[in-house]
Design a binder for this molecule. Structure first.
Ligand code: NDP
Ligand code: MG
Length: 394
């Protein structure tokens, strides 16, 4: 069996480290071609020592120089680069078979697109890229023959619940996608209680261990909103064919309901190494390091309807997808700015949805037909949300 060369974009993050944990279990199948981080020089150095990539990429010239010095000291031959061009290069390099897109937020858009255009097997964790530019990304993959494998646990579960074809999955005969949501750490709080939630409280997810941005998105349920849009793009379904089901145990990772009354679900422990291993090896199966699910230890499986009065970002995401064009990119950009401000202690929890709603109300929606329109919408939305935050503080 040929060893597949893998680039991990965002290798120092939560998804990046889980990916490397799976890869380390299969040296006969995978080699690491490139690893990238933004500013975590020491973590990236440790990964270079362990995985011996050909290339490493950081966000700035200073951090790249620091890593270069550390690698030379250790006698490592890794070539160190910095900046957006270098990310695109390691995502589209001819020597690479598989690219794991695990940078957080819009910062991952261009390198994710580069991998899709270059026809790679693309393990997609960076849902923001798909929310911003779903049509372009899916079209690029169709044209190049890239295989997009969803890493997001829900979308990976949906993929596993759909019939496989030569080139992916078919949605023939489906009635609805049932997208499960844990409900996040604040699921049972009243609006009064939500008003005074601190970043520390919002960061404490009951079932999953994740990076800070997605943890806040889980607390507001924006994560589920982004995932609704992600499902529409990945599986070419209408937004009204996606139903969110709150399932606090996070054992069922999503389901597909069919015209004949069948409902197919994928279950497992809440550990991202399962969908990562599936996406790496499909259509084969490999060990992920995740223990089998012990059904006798599962206390029960519960299901509820989501409450969009307390979690309005979920409603706003449905509305943005219905509006189409640049609306999802505006929604995403406003949310990224609002989440950063919340983590910084500059805005209160309930302001997150208000800021996104106001930004969407302020801006004109255009058709998302080309990349420059999407990038412009992202940039204008960021400026608008920042202005709204400044006005509220004044
Ligand atoms: P983390 O914050 O843990 O990691 C983000 C990674 O991206 C790090 O390697 C970070 O480098 C790098 N990075 C951050 N900013 C930039 C930038 N401006 N340019 C280049 N690289 C950058 O995030 P997660 O791993 O939690 O999430 C990654 C993506 O996967 C997100 O889109 C998220 O929605 C998605 N996802 C995550 C899940 C999870 O369980 N964590 C589940 C499903 C989806 P550095 O360390 O130097 O900052
Ligand atoms: Mg998810």
């Amino acid at each position: 069996m040929a060893v597949r060369a893998v680039t991990v974009l965002g290798s120092t993050g939560s998804i990046g480290t889980s990916t490397l944990d799976v890869i380390a279990r299969h040296p006969d199948r995978y080699s690491v071609h490139a690893l990238t981080a933004h500013s975590s020089v020491n973590d990236l150095f440790e990964q270079c020592r362990r995985f011996r990539p050909v290339h490493a990429v950081l966000g700035s010239a200073e951090s790249a120089a620091e890593l270069q010095t550390l690698c030379r000291g250790e006698g490592l031959a890794v070539q160190v680069h910095h900046g957006a061009q270098a990310l695109n290069a390691v995502a589209s390099d001819d020597a690479v078979d598989t690219v794991v897109a695990a940078i957080v937020g819009a910062a991952g858009l261009l390198s994710t697109l580069a991998a899709a255009e270059a026809g790679k097997r693309l393990l997609l964790a960076n849902k923001e890229a798909l929310v911003m530019s779903g049509q372009l990304l899916m079209q690029a993959a169709r044209q190049s023959g890239a295989l997009i494998m969803p890493v997001d646990s829900e979308h990976n579960a949906i993929f596993q619940s759909l019939p496989a074809t030569e080139t992916g999955v078919s949605t023939a005969g489906i009635e609805k996608i049932l997208l499960t949501a844990s409900g996040g750490p604040l699921r049972n709080l009243t609006l009064e209680e939500l008003a005074v939630v601190s970043p520390q409280q919002a960061l404490k997810h009951p079932n999953w261990s994740m990076g800070p941005k997605i943890s806040i998105d889980s607390a507001t349920m924006m994560n589920k909103g982004l995932e609704v849009i992600e499902a529409c793009q990945l599986f070419s379904v209408d937004v009204d064919d996606v139903q969110v089901v709150v399932h606090p145990e996070s054992i069922i990772h999503s389901m597909v309901s069919y015209a004949d009354g069948s409902v197919i679900a994928q279950m497992g422990r809440p550990d991202m190494r399962t969908p990562i291993a599936h996406a790496l090896a499909w259509p084969e199966r490999i060990d992920s390091g995740v223990e089998a699910l012990d059904l006798f230890k599962v206390s029960g499986l519960h299901f509820e309807e989501p409450d969009t009065t307390r979690f309005p970002l979920l409603r706003l995401a449905f509305e943005a997808q219905r509006a189409g064009g640049t609306a999802p990119a505006i929604l995403n950009a406003a949310n990224e700015v609002a989440v950063a401000a919340f983590l910084n202690g500059d805005v209160a929890f309930l302001q997150l949805s208000a800021l996104v709603e106001q930004t969407l109300e302020c801006l004109k929606i255009s058709p998302a037909s080309d990349l420059s329109t999407i990038i412009e919408a992202d940039s204008i939305a960021r400026g608008t949300t920042q202005r709204l935050i400044a006005q509220a503080a004044a």
